[in-house]
Design a protein around this ligand. Structure first.
Ligand SMILES: [Zn+2]
Length: 263
């Protein structure tokens, strides 16, 4: 029987997280508080080392379309230490194991695949119990997503993943003491975020921006508009609010742009 030598073997894992590289680095800096004798060093951006008594774990980060790929490597004998670290990082960064064999060229190839529909993205998102625990859709928004003809579902997916990240942080109180602008733009890195709608939208066209959630009418002020073309296939908007009762981000509008002063 063949015995593979254990000592000297290396491990290499690939993970995905919705957190930005800067957030990952900030989280790593907390490790010395949780594990005694751990030191974190960063030789260059996009790289970090976790060291403790003969254990060295290397991390490399790479931001990809709203996600960060994290590659960790080290000697097999350091794997237990990595799992200990992972147990601390995961609740904050929501690390997901990614396919180790997948390379950058495969990702580029995927990006050229035919566009996926808005409804496919929304239904997949809602089917994920972990995500649904943090981000919910008002039934009105679900119907809008079904009717939506916006071409680039992947762009919506990026936004929903950012909102999933945001909702987890908000449940921990991460948005407290800072403006929504700072939280969503700087911390969550939600591109195109707007904290408010216009007075005309909130009054004259109010019905476009409200939905019922848990028996209450919620006005979706925070929003993101994607695409720029003034037709249904070239533009959509996502309006949302944080519900303090269920501690979730509720999507109030998800589809063709609502009426504005200009319409
Ligand atoms: Zn609620």
């Amino acid at each position: 029987m063949h015995h593979a030598p254990f000592i000297g073997k290396n491990f290499s894992h690939e993970y995905q997280t919705p957190a930005e590289p800067a957030v990952i680095c900030a989280t790593l800096q907390r490790l010395p508080n949780d594990i005694e004798g751990v030191a974190i060093s960063q030789s260059e951006p996009g790289e970090a080392r976790i060291e403790k008594l003969g254990v060295v774990i290397r991390l490399k980060f790479c931001a990809v379309a709203g996600w960060t790929r994290v590659i960790t490597s080290g000697k097999s004998c350091a794997l237990w230490a990595w799992y200990k670290v992972l147990a601390i990082l995961h609740p904050i960064l929501n690390f997901r194991r990614a396919d180790c064999a997948k390379d950058i060229s495969a990702e580029k190839h995927q990006a050229k695949k035919p566009a996926v529909s808005v409804w496919k993205v929304v239904s997949e998102f809602m089917d994920d119990p972990q995500k649904s625990r943090h981000v919910g859709f008002a039934s009105k928004a679900i119907q809008q997503a079904k009717d939506c003809v916006y071409w680039d579902g992947e762009a919506l997916r990026v936004i929903l993943e950012r909102l999933y990240f945001a909702a987890q942080r908000m449940r921990e109180g991460g948005h407290k003491g800072i403006t929504r602008d700072t939280f969503f733009k700087k911390y969550v890195n939600l591109r195109g975020f707007r904290a408010h709608i216009s007075n005309t939208q909130a009054t004259k066209f109010r019905e476009d921006y409200v939905a019922e959630h848990n028996g209450k009418e919620i006005l979706g002020r925070m929003h993101v508009t994607i695409g720029a073309r003034h037709n249904e296939a070239g533009c959509m908007s996502i309006h949302f609010e944080f519900c303090p009762d269920c501690q979730r981000i509720i999507i109030i509008r998800c589809g063709k742009h609502g009426r504005t002063y200009h319409s």
